[in-house]
Design a protein around this ligand. Sequence first.
Ligand code: GLA
Length: 373
Amino acid sequence: MSYSKESMKPFSLLFAALTLPGIAAAQTKVTHAPFGKTPSGSPVEVYTLADSSLSVRIISFGAHIISIQAPDRAGKVADVVLGYNTLDGYLADNKTYMGSVPGRYANRIAKGTFALDGHTYHLPLNDKGNTLHGGLVGFDRLVWNGSIVDNGVELTVVSPDGDQGFPGKLTAHVRYTLVGSKLRIDYSATTDKPTVVNLTNHTYFNLAGSGNILNHVLTIDADRLTPVDATLIPTGNLTPVSGTPFDFRKSMRIGARIQAANEQLKFAGGYDHNFVLNHPGDLTHPKVVLSDPSSGRTLMVYTSQPGVQFYSGNFLDGSFKGRSGTIYSKYAGLCLETQHYPDSPNHPAFPTTTLLPGSTYRTTTIFEFGTTK
Ligand code: GLA
């Protein structure tokens, strides 16, 4: 497929043109092994999910995806996510959310404050006067309890009432399963008091396996985004992407417009924005398609969530050395954080993130890997 032609294709035709490996006949092999201990002595496990096309590694600390090995168009395997070789790497990095499941509220809550059910709640401020990714000790910092399931692993964490200022004891489960070329993530949670919840996965993808992601080609099925203020809090408006560097409805090289004179890009140092997905809840069509022309690797993202935060790794500043000693600098990887919109508890017009006792929060995201010629 030629990339100049591809950039002209409408979204629906683009994914039909990708060649994907069929569903593997063999079942996924799931194994686990010790991955070290936290400073307080809690043992951490690593789970490996492997089938004929992919090998995925997940740790019980922060429910991080630490590795996804995928073949390129010639069958050469590389790691397509950023990560560290050892638990120490994850313990030391309290900044990038590298591959983790942030929670209990992924993304931002303005001024760390929201009102629910007649009470006002205050959360720790850890990002420009706001709360990011659940507070100072979010779900990415906890040791989850793992158990092996068919084709994968289910990780569970219990966050007590008042944890990081949030109301209600929240029990959250993240189930990773691998079938063929699809890594599926099913999130669920229950509470004993009204609360808010927003779970996602913060994996940094780099389909080339090295270098940066500026030559990756991206398509997002979104007509609108939630623009932000200078502290990356949504203004509350939903504005059209049309005519802006945020129009990824036709495939576009990420680097093509990342330096454009645009206030939204300036605020974030690149892309770090929530896209309002068209046809929310439809898991049958990919909402995001990413491809790397050099390796031919592709990633399609299916989700039941209403939004996706496309984050181009703007804050990676070389302070952390990744696997094999690679320095992760700006744009070394990109995140596709499927989610509810940021700061929803303070925007009644946004789809709700409130969870009530007796209800179960459930969302699903699927990452499907493939190759193109
Ligand atoms: C999210 C945020 C970014 C940044 C990263 C972690 O993606 O939206 O602004 O904080 O997490 O570095």
